[in-house]
Design a binder for this molecule. Sequence first.
Ligand code: DQA
Length: 145
Amino acid sequence: TRVYVLNGPNLGRLGRREPEVYGSLSYADLVELCRRTAEELGLAAEVRQTDSEAELIGWLHEAADARLPVVINPAAFTHYSYAVRDALAMVEAPVIEVHISNPHAREPFRHTSVVSPVVTGTIAGLGLDSYRLALLALAALLARE
Ligand code: DQA
């Protein structure tokens, strides 16, 4: 089964970006980790990153049309993009929202997720393991269907 792993703005700079918050592994490491984990679970992960809200929304339209499950780290869009939220609401397959850090332990503006109400579940605060656990959750949900 194909699944999308979609990453929002600034996540392409993992490893160089606030390493005390996001760790020292790079975006390339994240891609590798997701592909490997998915494969172990019998899934094929298509991992993408964009700094553009429009591009991210286009990918969500693709996922909706192809009925693909999605792991998404919307990054800062999490906190204010009603457009990303509305696009996610069209995805009928399971969607897991992930965060590397724990947004609830950080600045108040990060305590709100406008996407959480339209996703299947959320995993946050576990570093890159958040993605591994999200893929595991997707595999479990798909096996149940
Ligand atoms: C993030 C948390 C967001 O608040 C932040 O804007 C990000 C990354 C995370 O993965 O911890 O860019 O989604």
